[in-house]
Design a protein around this ligand. Sequence first.
Ligand SMILES: Cc1ncc(COP(=O)(O)O)c(C=O)c1O
Length: 362
Amino acid sequence: MVDQLKKIRNNYIKENIDFVDFWHGEVLFKLSPATIEIIDNELKNTHYNYPSSTGNIRLISALAKKYNVSANNILVSNGIKTQLQLLIDACFKEDDEVLLVTPIWSAYKDIFEIKGIKVHEYKLEEDFSIDLSKIIDLLRNNKIKYILLNNPNNPLGLILPKSIIKELVEIAKKNEVMVISDEVFSELVFNPDKKIKDSYSDENLIIFNSASKSFGLPGFKLSYLVAPKYIIRSMGSYAAKFSMGVPDLIQLAFLNELNDKQKHNKDISLIKEKFLFIKEIINKSKFLELDVSEAGLTLFPRVKKEVSLDWALTLLEKHKVSIIPGSFYGYSDRFRMCYGHLSIKEIQKGLDEINSFLEEVN
Ligand SMILES: Cc1ncc(COP(=O)(O)O)c(C=O)c1O
């Protein structure tokens, strides 16, 4: 079903057919003039060294300050997928298994499977909470060495409470397991009471983050992780062997964006405006409910009306709106919508079409 939707959507793009694309979207923020000047100056530089395989020390120092850790706890890498591969190659032992807290960004499962790593899944409870006793059971009965979760979550837009992460890390410690928390949407939290703080204080926690989402710079292919020193050391020597590294030009440009809090807050507030707009429309809808999503670039509304399994197909073909049906993630009464790349006008049009489609359904 998802493949069929993808094919039609790709065809619309190819044929230049007008549709509202909630399927997938990159949020792109413009660079500040100061950042462009930094890039200009770097380009005028006549020396182009190999970058360090662990990251530019100026960026590492800034990130270390942000997370209140030492520079030896940070590694800059070439995007989350590459970073995960590096972690697997450098640190996983044969027979290590992973536990994914699902739903989760779908790329993870594929990567572990390609690497031949056994994947277990713990699906969030019906109310989207975590039952830690079930995780303890899974750890007891398997060779799980890493637990991976998204916070905020893609696709749910859910923020997991800090207290749960803390308890999970305690459990991980007792079971000699690492928790990997992918926090690429951490700055896109729209409920001020649930802000995710950039602090790090645990030997059993690895934080993944990136320039792609919260900073709207996916083309930079720049990610980073905060982790215990022995992990950074192993990954660093592995990265050096394979001559990995992000060009300094990109790292210095990102550093400037990271430091420009005023511009960053403005970029984030534009996304928040769109989020609030969607929330208002959905709250007024007879057929939709936005109950779990409070963060990120993917929202996961509930459809209050019974719809057929292939409703996304009709929506795409007849109403020219693309969404990912929730059934792809195991939730048949929901759908995933990306919105950050669309204008308010496009969002309005797309939601109007969804509402009128649902009005027509018997
Ligand atoms: C949860 C999550 N992590 C990571 C990524 C990708 O990050 P990067 O662009 O740094 O590879 C995505 C992209 O959609 C994502 O949803």
